[in-house]
Ligand binder design. Structure first.
Ligand code: ATP
Length: 242
């Protein structure tokens, strides 16, 4: 069987900056894979290329048996690939429930209004947002916005979720709660590729970790092996991060 996601030599430059410089990786169905690396190492750009938010300059992306290179995001989402953003982007004037319904409408198989409403209700309960269902999204706290962002992706019935720093800026209790949701969803068959700076979370969740530096993949393996890798240590010591 082929991998769920196969990325080959993916590349994207901005002017003279090679933000993503020939990255290849494979994710099997059922995995939770972490992507770590110093600020500016190309992680978010990599996600944008995979999810179709940006077109690549070179390389290929294969998802669920389809060559999706250069496809628009909504078309890729229809195959079951969802991406959350580091800074959530809900419709602020819409309620939490309406935000979920709108996200679900992007989904392929033309679900009925009743099915969409049922799915929204399910995810509101799951993410413990039900009490906020009728609040405009603009009234949510930063942490609740992150949960809504996750809920919006869940509405497309994803097979793979690209999570961009879902725990950044949220309190440690909620960060653990979110990690629990990821584990539960993974148990239900959803595969995850997770960008995160919180190393405890990465260690907790990920069976495999990929390290990026200056647009390239510099290491890959289990957390302990990657942490002990001299190139990884050098990349982190060379930045402001520990
Ligand atoms: N739209 C853009 N226009 C110009 N340069 C960009 C753009 N997006 C990203 N870059 C540059 O590409 C490089 C990689 O940025 P990217 O945001 O992908 O890194 P990152 O690893 O996600 O960083 P962080 O951990 O801070 O989110 C950086 O040098 C950044 O300034």
């Amino acid at each position: 069987m082929s991998a769920l996601l196969e990325v080959r030599n993916l590349a994207r430059s901005f002017g003279g900056i090679r933000a993503v410089d020939g990255v290849s990786l494979t994710v099997e169905g059922g995995e939770i894979v972490g992507i770590i690396g110093p600020n500016g190492s190309g992680k978010s750009t990599f996600f944008n290329l995979v999810a179709g938010v940006l077109p690549p300059d070179g390389g290929s992306v294969r998802f669920a048996g389809h060559d999706v290179t250069g496809w628009r995001p909504h078309r890729i989402a229809r195959l079951g690939l969802g991406r959350t953003f580091q800074i959530p982007t809900p419709f602020l004037k819409m309620t939490v429930r309406q935000n979920l319904l709108v996200a679900g409408m992007a989904q392929p198989q033309g679900r009925s209004a009743k099915e969409l409403a049922r799915a929204a209700g399910h995810w509101l309960e799951f993410l413990r947002l039900a009490h906020l269902a009728d609040e405009p999204a603009e009234n949510l706290s930063g942490g609740q916005m992150k949960l809504l962002e996750l809920g919006r992706v869940l509405m497309i019935s994803p097979r793979l979720i690209l999570l961009d720093e879902v725990a950044a800026g949220v309190n440690p209790v909620l960060a653990r709660e979110i990690a629990g949701y990821i584990r539960t969803l993974n148990g239900q068959g959803i595969t995850f590729l997770v960008i995160e700076h919180d190393m405890d979370l990465i260690q907790d969740l990920c069976s495999r970790v990929i390290v990026m530096d200056r647009g390239q993949k510099i290491a890959e393996g289990d957390f302990d092996a990657v942490k002990a890798n001299p190139q990884v240590v050098a990349a982190y010591l060379g930045s402001d991060e520990a």
